[in-house]
Ligand binder design. Structure first.
Ligand SMILES: Nc1ncnc2c1ncn2[C@@H]1O[C@H](COP(=O)(O)OP(=O)(O)O)[C@@H](O)[C@H]1O
Ligand SMILES: [Mg+2]
Length: 266
């Protein structure tokens, strides 16, 4: 989705934001991410706020609804959702602004911070009553021999550790972009992080050596990891075939490499 500037929003949408934050004194559109039609830092008379949003008739509005629903359950590693409004044909979410930069998974410092944020998240049990997707729903149809139950668990998973979904600020990593909150086995998030460390240039063996610091990964059943690696490889292959843009093709390559590393006999 191409990004629009805040001042291009309909007046009713801008007015609804002003009701929340007061007078807006400066606006800066931010880079990173592909789904939000607007992503901007606003300086306002009540402080700085980050606003993201999409048109209310866009099918992806469901991912914003998921993001709103999960926000009360998120650990301190995630910026707070302050308000959300639907006005002027837009759905807009206002977050605690993090004046940081995207994570750089080639550096030990950033990886250490990301693992600390992940450790916080691993403690969170997925809440009931939100109709969260389960890992079995999301990846089960790619599981060999219908072994989707190997992916089950009660941990709240983020599942998208793209480096632009992690902001580094004041010696902390903050996890953003809860478009895909999922209930499942705790080792799934370190798996997803592994792929993104590979995206930043690490071979599988080095990426895996980082997530070996995560207890749920160390304690996971190697068979479950292997079946999941096959499922994720199949999914990325499908994504890359449907839309062969370079980053998707590259992710598919990393998923294949990780599968070979974790499940060398297949
Ligand atoms: N709380 C925040 N404070 C500052 N910048 C943010 C914040 N949340 C997101 N961003 C910036 O906006 C970009 C897009 O936000 P994100 O939630 O990832 O949406 P999407 O990827 O769906 O477009 C992020 O990559 C980041 O650069
Ligand atoms: Mg994002």
């Amino acid at each position: 989705m191409s990004r629009v500037a805040f001042h291009e929003l309909p007046a009713a949408a801008r007015q609804a934001v002003t009701v929340e934050v007061g007078r807006i004194t400066a606006v800066r559109t931010v880079g990173g991410g592909i789904n939000s039609a607007i992503a901007a830092l606003l300086d306002t008379e009540t402080g700085r706020v980050f606003v993201k949003g999409i048109p209310a008739d866009n099918p992806q509005v469901v991912s914003q609804e998921r993001e709103i629903a999960i926000s009360p359950y998120l650990p301190a590693a995630c910026p707070r959702l302050l308000w959300h409004v639907a006005a002027g044909g837009w759905v807009l979410l206002g977050y605690e602004a993090v004046d940081g930069r995207h994570a750089d998974y080639t550096t030990m410092d950033d990886l250490t911070l990301v693992l600390a944020a992940l450790a916080e998240l691993q403690e969170v049990t997925a809440p009931d009553g939100l109709g969260l997707k389960t890992a079995e729903d999301r990846w089960g149809r790619y599981a060999e021999g219908g072994q989707a139950e190997l992916f089950a668990g009660d941990t709240l998973l983020h599942t998208d550790f793209a480096s632009d979904n992690v902001l580094i600020h004041r010696g902390r990593a903050r996890l953003i972009d809860w478009a895909w909150p999922t209930r499942g086995a705790a080792w799934i998030d370190p798996f997803m992080l592994t792929l993104r460390i590979m995206e930043a240039g690490a071979p599988a063996v080095r990426a895996v050596s980082w997530v070996q610091r995560v207890p749920s990964w160390r304690e996971s059943d190697p068979k479950a990891l292997g079946v999941f690696a096959v499922a994720v490889d199949r999914l990325w292959r499908e994504i890359a075939e449907a839309d062969p843009v370079p980053w998707k093709v590259a992710m598919s390559g990393h998923a294949a490499e990780l599968r070979t590393f974790l499940r060398p006999t297949l």
